[in-house]
Ligand binder design. Structure first.
Ligand code: XIL
Length: 374
């Protein structure tokens, strides 16, 4: 079959990019003003093609979480975010506490800025996240103890409708429910389970479909990538939801890895969810390690990044590979995991690390043998 015209155009863009060898940012398929040759700074390690360029012909989006404060103040950060990635996720700006800090008074400013940035740069947006037990607004947690089930249900439904309608048509994938399982594979004992029972999950997906029928609706969690009780429990629930006709389109594997815990069975686990006729995605990839980083640890990080992307490439329904931030300077890891860090593709000075080269290499190798966009 002859290549689709859009794929030919892409191939042309890739070729032009290759000849430019842009510094640090790589090259995006986004139309940018043509630089005059003397404005190009020679790079010691030219990255001729960006992640997004290499992934485009094989039908894969490479995404990153975005920190809004850094986006507003750093040109270098913006340049990498636009150059390397074809999808973005708000690290915090779409969470309930950010969008509705006071009950009934919305603040969409940061999230709208991110959506505008994405549109300017020809990127898709992952919406993150609607139903979670963390980063709830203070007004909600303050009332939680006394809320009736009916009132809780009405508040949750309104939140899903209000937020999804605000962004209607602008979000590619929504993480409708996030982290509903605890580490042992039981439904997490959170506000939603306590007040509404396990059906809150199915209800959330049904409301979400009504609110924005064009968005892909995802269940998102961590440790689904490892075989075990939690991944099995999530699999059983999602299979049941699908069987019951609940509108769920995909499963997000957060993929927060740590060199201390070894390599997950990511491909196997993604494939079994994909076999339920669902899209799958790696949604929050990072690979942390105890500090300071040893050469062995860095080699392990490089290998884990590579394997994670290879797993996605091996599963036809893996539609996106998203890192949870791209630089060690803004990473959530040091604030969350004491003594650990260096989890990202760039260092705190926004210089690329071998982890970035490893992902570029995996994509280059896979574009030699395209199999996804056939
Ligand atoms: C984290 C952010 O990165 C931090 O800035 C914030 O303080 C806490 O949340 N799983 C998720 C993400 O689904 O929303 C979390 O993001 C990281 C773990």
């Amino acid at each position: 079959m002859p290549p689709h015209p859009s794929r030919l155009l892409l191939a042309g863009a890739v070729a032009v990019c290759a000849s430019l060898a842009l510094v640090m940012t790589g090259c995006s398929s986004t139309p940018t003003p043509k630089p005059t040759p003397h404005t190009l700074t020679p790079s010691p390690t030219p990255t001729a093609l960006s992640l997004r360029d290499l992934a485009a012909p094989i039908g894969l989006r490479i995404g990153t979480a975005i920190n809004n404060d850094t986006l507003a103040r750093s040109t270098a950060y913006r340049s990498i975010a636009a150059g390397q990635f074809s999808s973005v996720t708000a690290e915090n700006a779409m969470k309930w506490s950010a969008v509705e800090p006071v009950q009934g008074k919305y603040n969409w400013a940061a999230a709208d800025e991110l959506v505008a940035f994405a549109q300017q740069n020809d990127q898709l947006v992952r919406g993150h996240t609607l139903v979670w037990y963390k980063q709830l607004p203070g007004w909600l947690t303050a009332q939680a103890a006394t809320l009736t089930p009916d009132a809780t249900r009405a508040i949750l439904k309104k939140h899903i409708f209000d937020e999804m309608k605000h962004f209607k048509g602008e979000i590619w994938q929504w993480d409708v429910v996030n982290e509903a399982f605890d580490d042992k594979g039981n439904l997490r004992d959170n506000l939603w389970l306590q007040k509404l029972g396990p059906d809150y999950i199915a209800d959330a997906f049904r409301w979400a479909r009504d609110a924005d029928p064009d968005a892909l609706l995802f269940y998102n969690d961590y440790d689904l990538e490892f075989s075990g009780a939690k991944s099995n429990a999530a699999y059983a629930l999602i299979k049941k939801l699908k069987g019951d006709g609940v509108p769920i389109d995909g499963v997000g594997f957060q993929t927060h890895l740590d060199t201390r815990y070894g390599v997950p069975d990511l491909q196997k686990n993604m494939q079994r969810f994909a076999d339920l006729h669902l899209d799958v995605a790696e949604t929050e990839v990072d690979v942390r390690t105890p500090l300071p980083v040893t050469p062995e640890a860095q080699a392990a990080q490089v290998a884990e990044y590579s394997r994670s992307l290879q797993a996605c490439l091996a599963v036809r329904r893996c539609v996106s590979f998203t890192v949870w931030g791209f630089d060690d300077g803004t990473s959530w890891v040091p604030n969350t995991f004491k003594g650990e860090g260096a989890a990202d593709l760039y260092n705190a000075d926004l210089q690329p690390k071998p982890q970035l080269d490893a992902l570029l290499k995996v994509l280059k190798e896979s574009s030699d043998a395209p199999h996804r966009a056939d």
